[in-house]
Design a protein around this ligand. Sequence first.
Ligand code: ADP
Ligand code: MG
Length: 300
Amino acid sequence: MNEFQLIKQYFQQTALAFSNEYASQGIGDDCASILIPSDYELQFSIDTLVEGVHFPKNANPFDIATRAVAVSISDLAAMAATPIGFTLAITLPELNEVWLKSFSEGLTQAAQFYQCPLMGGDTTKGPNLVISLQVHGVTKKGESLKRSGAKTGDNVYVSGPLGDGAGALSLVLENPRLNTGLAKQFYSPLAQVEFAQTIKTYATSCLDISDGLVQDLNHLCTSGTVGMKINPADIPLSDLLVATYGKEQALQYALEGGDDYQLAYTAKHCEHGICIGEVLKGNVVQVNGMEVKAGGYQHF
Ligand code: ADP
Ligand code: MG
């Protein structure tokens, strides 16, 4: 099998590389093409996953694929964008058809779930497994949710339970092939695409929580004129997380752990989501009245 056969066999399949109303040219030409109606804006984002950094060595290829798609699409959700399609640049240490088949099946499941087809990419050989996904989506012009925009007097909300990502990470670091129960949250977190549509008219600012609640909330205070007061007792924790780690550790994971891919957003009032605090004058995030240094993940 050569490079072109590999692409045809594992990437250019109808269930994975399907077309939709926006994706007008997919795999097979020098560029992919997206048709954008005149009153829409293209939103795009790229994420790289490095083996041993973003997922453990020897993880199930199916799970690597579902995670790669979900975490990338989460950025579209954070802008309240509708997914259109993605491109995939993959560096493989070897041509392993068993691995590729499973990876391709994971991509297909996620592509179908989010109705976001694979539209093109690049396939290379290199010493380590590295996966870069660029996702494309659309919003109506001017209707994307930004990180800036939080106002004094707004409330702070999250879309669902926090801490599961960090709780799951510690399980998969022990056992990379574990993909049930809490570990499922690591390999197939739910990108909040649909939830974002329910809050987009209320939210004044929004992002997805990938690096830890406190660190990410700091990004919503970027203007330097707003701070936040968070009530830890109001932070939603899943029963499974509390049962696995106890309340205290669960809360620690919720505040500082990453990989949740829930949305955090501010709004004067919102019927959807869970209110965990308020926006105040200032420029820091306070938890329990204490200023908290951002303890989330940073590469450098
Ligand atoms: P080029 O030499 O012009 O860069 P390639 O030979 O790399 O083209 O790719 C041929 C076609 O296959 C292109 O349409 C490209 O988008 C697609 N392709 C290559 N690798 C992948 C991949 N990993 N996933 C999806 N499509 C891919
Ligand atoms: Mg190429």
